[in-house]
Design a protein around this ligand. Structure first.
Ligand SMILES: *Cc1c(COP(=O)(O)O)cnc(C)c1O
Length: 382
């Protein structure tokens, strides 16, 4: 059979054809009115998705570059910080902070568990003088979302800033920067922003900008003051990733035409359909508080989770993601963010059912998960 490739991973995500094709157009020079116009339109579009009146800066980097930029632009050597580690990406905050010599209090939560704003308030009380709290809206390694709104209320009462990794969540789950009192928000281009990897975005609140003024950690390429100075001149300090920015303009047009509200609703429907589908065949979710960005599903007893992912990918070409270390094989992740539609969920569930049958997990009628998802999609796909 012809094997068709289905990308169902939480980054990179599928890209609309109209966005792909603009990358093939002749390159234009970046110090031109023509590029500046596109660049400023992208800046405005990003502000719309961030739901902020602050400027959003565009870095040539994967999402982690913006995470690093958040750390080095606000803090000074020896500063005390709290990081919330509920998975691989929360863990990254602590790794970056330690690399820069910060006094890092890492709160480690079992993967898939929740962490409340009351717990955060306790931790802040135990660590007087803490300068920044680092968290994640959507922990892509577990499918869980955190109560960033609640965290914002707690942190706003203190001297500290709240720094949020919105790399998979922004544009897929509600996370209004200004309304939720987020001080630094970072995200990346290859998740819900519907373009290839390579751009990272960062915005800072007035409270965070105050810390930028006194920050003493070393910085050069990601010095946010350079980006600010240059944005005022409608440009970037260094050569921008021209083609990616042009692609982002195209993808932001799609987002704006649909409307952020509708885009979030879209993800909610895909999330509900996926959860209903896997539950219908007796599978369990990993996350206590699952988001609509991706769904992490526990490998059922008696099934080899690594084999499951391998068969999904090689036999059915359905590129879902395995769990990351140290939980490889224990669960798997079906993504529903970026340029995905209802039938991508049907594809994922159908391939999952056939794979489970291949592996001898067969106590469900074929089509059961698909039927459960269809019920939700039929209502939702207006
Ligand atoms: C993908 C992701 C990252 C890492 O981003 P890179 O683009 O790989 O640098 C960080 N945090 C979260 C929540 C992510 O989903």
């Amino acid at each position: 059979m012809i094997k068709k490739y289905y990308l169902l991973s939480p980054g990179p995500t599928p890209i609309p054809e109209t966005v792909l094709s603009v990358a093939a157009e002749p390159i234009i020079h970046h110090r031109t009115p023509e590029f500046s116009k596109i660049f400023m339109e992208v800046s405005e579009g990003l502000k719309y998705v961030f739901q902020t009146k602050e400027e959003v800066y565009i870095l040539s980097a994967s999402g982690t570059g913006a995470m690093e930029a958040a750390v080095i632009n606000t803090l000074s050597p020896g500063d005390k910080v709290i990081t919330i580690n509920g998975g691989k990406f929360g863990e990254r905050w602590a790794n970056i902070c330690r690399a820069y010599g910060l006094e890092t209090h890492e709160i480690t939560i079992p993967w898939g568990e929740d962490f409340t704003n009351e717990q955060l308030a306790e931790e802040i009380k135990k660590n007087p003088g803490v300068k920044a709290i680092f968290t994640t809206i959507s922990e892509t390694s577990t499918g869980a979302i955190f109560d960033v709104k609640g965290f914002g209320e707690v942190v706003a009462e203190t001297q500290a800033i709240l720094v949020v990794d919105g790399i998979s969540g922004l544009g897929a789950t509600p996370c209004p920067m200004d309304e939720w009192k987020i001080d630094v928000m970072v995200t990346g281009s290859q998740k819900s922003f519907m373009i290839p990897p390579g751009l990272a975005y960062i915005a800072l609140s007035p409270k965070a900008w105050k810390m930028v003024e006194s920050s003493k950690l070393p910085k050069f390429y990601f010095d946010i003051k350079e980006y600010k100075k240059n944005l005022e001149k409608q440009t970037t300090p260094w050569t921008p990733a021209v083609s990616l920015i042009i692609q982002q303009k195209k993808a932001l047009d799609i987002i704006k035409n649909l409307g952020l509200e509708n885009l979030l609703k879209h993800h909610q429907i895909l999330g509900e359909a996926t959860r209903a589908g896997v539950k219908a065949i007796g599978l369990e979710l990993l996350a206590k508080r699952p988001g609509n960005i991706l769904t992490a599903v526990k490998t059922p007893q008696g099934v080899d989770g690594n084999k499951l992912v391998k068969i999904m990918q090689s036999k059915y070409m359905a590129y879902i993601s395995n769990a990351q270390d140290p939980h490889k094989g224990e669960f798997f992740r079906i993504a529903h963010l970026g340029y995905m539609g209802g039938f991508d969920i049907i594809t994922a569930l159908s391939a999952l059912e056939m794979t489970l049958m291949d592996l001898g997990y067969n106590h469900f009628p074929l089509g059961a998960s698909v039927a459960a998802a269809e019920k939700i999609l039929r209502e939702g796909m207006q």
